[in-house]
Design a protein around this ligand. Structure first.
Ligand SMILES: Cc1cc2nc3c(=O)[nH]c(=O)nc-3n(C[C@H](O)[C@H](O)[C@H](O)COP(=O)(O)OP(=O)(O)OC[C@H]3O[C@@H](n4cnc5c(N)ncnc54)[C@H](O)[C@@H]3O)c2cc1C
Length: 396
C-alpha cells in the first residue's frame, strides 16, 4: 500500500488548499472526502457567488479565543497571499465594499480553479472515503473508512468542517476523530442563523423586510449591533442584520441556555427620536387614518400591524418604533446556519504550525477549529489560510 507524506481528511475549502500547498512542497499527498464530490459547500457560499475573502483580515473579526491563532496564521499566509494564490490559479477576482468575489460571480469558478490545480499536481482524491477511525502515530497513521478502505500516511490534516448544511458532507462527525486523538471540542452551535421567537408582529408581517439598526441584549447587556435587512418570518426574525448578531445569541441560548435574550430593533433608523416624534405629531394633526398612519415611514402593512401604537402619546410611539423589543427563545437549525461556533479548542493547537498539542503529526485547519469570523468572507479567508499553512508545515 502506498504511504503518503500527508493525508487530508475532508476535501472542502481548507482541505483542498492544504493538499495544494503540501504537494507544491514536493510531498506525496492524498485527500479523503466522504462525499462523491469535492468542495460541495464552496458552491453555495455567498448565495452562489462565493465571497471568498475580506479586504480586512485583522483578527478583531474573529472570536476572541481564536485571535492568537488567527493572527499567527495570517502572518504566514495573509490577504495578499490568498489573492496571489487565486490569481496564480487563473481566477480573476474583484473587491466590492471590502468583500472579495470571483469576477465571474460564480462560486463554481472558484471550485473549478482549485480542481484544475489538484489535477495539475496529480493529487489523488479518494471520494466516498468517510474516515471513521485513525490509528498509529506520526510516521505511520492508518485511516480507516466506513467501508473498510485504508490509507497510510506519515502525517494527517483534519479539515472535516463544522456542522452546517450536513447534507453537503460536514455534519460534525470529524469532531469525533479530534476527540479520539485527545482534543476538547467546544460545544458547536449554529451561527449566522435566523432567530426563533413568538411575537404577533412576526406573524402579521411575515415576508416583510425593512432596513433597521439591531442590537442584541444578553442577560441585560448589549452584546452586538448590526445595520441591515430585518426580515419578519412566521417563526421569528431573519435578514442580514439578524444573521450578523446571531452568533452571541446562539451561544447564549443554545450553549448556555440563557432565557434573557432580546433583540432591540430601531425600525426607523433614518430619523432620531425627536424627529420621529414631530413627524408622528404632524400626522395626527393632519388627520392620517389609522390604517395609513405609518405610510411612507415603514412598508404599508406596518400601519395595521402596529395599530396598537395609537394608544400611546407620540413620544412613547417614537420610543417603541426606535426600540422595538423581541424576546428570543431559540435559533433555527444547522440547515439554515452559515457557520459553526465552537469546535476543536484553539488553545490546543500550535499557533505557528497548526499541529495538535495532543498528537504529533496531526494538524487541523478550517471550520473544524473553534475559529469563527464575521460574515463577509472571513470564514473562507480562514479556511484558505489555515489550510495553506497546515499543508506547508504538515509536509515538513
Ligand atoms: C449557506 C452558506 C453560505 C456561506 N457563505 C460564505 C461566504 O460567502 N463567505 C465565507 O467566507 N464563508 C461562507 N460560508 C462559510 C464557509 O463555507 C465555511 O466556513 C468553509 O466552507 C469551511 O471550509 P472547511 O474546508 O473548513 O469545511 P467544509 O467546507 O465544510 O469542508 C469539510 C469537508 O470535509 C468532509 N468530511 C467531513 N467529515 C469527513 C470524514 N470523516 N471523512 C472524510 N471527509 C469528511 C465534508 O464532506 C466536507 O467536504 C458559508 C456557509 C454556508 C453554509
Amino acid at each position: 500500500m502506498e504511504k503518503f507524506s500527508v493525508a487530508i481528511i475532508g476535501g472542502g475549502a481548507a482541505g483542498i488548499t492544504a493538499a495544494i500547498s503540501a504537494r507544491r512542497s514536493g510531498k506525496p499527498v492524498a485527500i479523503c472526502e466522504k462525499m462523491p464530490q469535492l468542495g460541495k459547500k464552496i458552491l453555495i457560499t455567498g448565495n452562489g457567488r462565493c465571497n471568498l475573502l475580506n479586504d480586512d483580515t485583522s483578527s478583531a473579526h474573529y472570536n476572541p479565543a481564536s485571535r492568537n491563532l488567527v493572527s499567527s496564521v495570517f502572518s504566514r499566509f495573509g490577504k495578499a497571499d490568498i489573492v496571489d494564490f487565486f490569481n496564480g490559479l487563473g481566477l480573476e477576482i474583484y473587491c466590492k465594499e471590502g468583500r472579495v468575489f470571483p469576477m465571474t460571480n460564480q462560486a463554481s469558478s472558484v471550485l473549478k480553479a482549485l480542481e484544475i490545480e489538484l489535477k495539475r499536481l496529480s493529487i489523488p482524491v479518494e471520494l466516498n472515503f468517510d474516515v471513521k477511525a485513525i490509528s498509529g502515530s506520526k510516521g505511520a497513521f492508518i485511516l480507516k473508512s466506513k467501508n473498510g478502505a485504508e490509507m497510510v500516511s506519515e502525517n494527517i490534516i483534519i479539515t472535516g468542517g463544522g456542522k452546517t448544511y450536513p447534507a453537503l458532507g460536514s455534519d460534525g462527525n470529524a469532531y469525533e476523530l479530534a476527540k479520539k486523538v485527545g482534543h476538547s471540542v467546544i460545544a458547536p452551535v449554529p451561527s449566522a442563523v435566523p432567530l426563533v421567537l413568538k411575537d404577533p408582529l412576526c406573524h402579521l408581517l411575515q415576508g416583510q423586510k425593512i432596513f433597521a439598526d439591531v442590537t442584541s441584549l444578553i442577560d441585560g447587556k448589549a452584546a452586538g449591533k448590526a445595520s441591515g435587512e430585518l426580515l419578519f418570518t412566521k417563526y421569528g426574525l431573519s435578514g442580514t442584520a439578524i444573521l450578523d448578531v446571531s452568533e452571541d445569541i446562539s451561544i447564549a441560548v443554545n450553549r448556555h441556555h440563557s432565557n434573557d435574550v432580546v433583540i432591540s430593533a430601531d425600525m426607523v433608523p433614518f430619523m432620531d427620536a425627536k424627529e420621529l416624534e414631530n413627524e408622528l405629531e404632524r400626522r395626527i394633526k393632519a388627520g392620517f387614518a389609522p390604517g395609513d398612519f405609518l405610510a411612507g415611514l415603514l412598508p404599508n402593512k406596518f400601519s395595521a400591524a402596529l395599530s396598537d401604537l395609537l394608544r400611546y402619546d407620540t413620544a412613547q410611539m417614537a420610543a417603541i418604533l426606535k426600540d422595538k423589543r423581541f424576546k428570543v427563545t431559540g435559533t433555527r437549525g444547522w440547515n439554515e446556519a452559515e457557520f459553526t461556533s465552537g469546535g476543536v479548542s484553539a488553545a490546543e493547537i500550535n499557533a505557528h504550525t497548526l499541529e495538535s498539542d495532543m498528537e504529533k503529526g496531526v494538524y487541523f485547519a478550517g471550520e473544524i477549529l473553534d475559529v469563527q469570523g464575521k460574515r463577509g468572507g472571513h470564514n473562507l479567508a480562514w479556511a484558505w489560510a489555515s489550510g495553506f499553512v497546515a499543508g506547508l508545515t504538515g509536509s515538513n
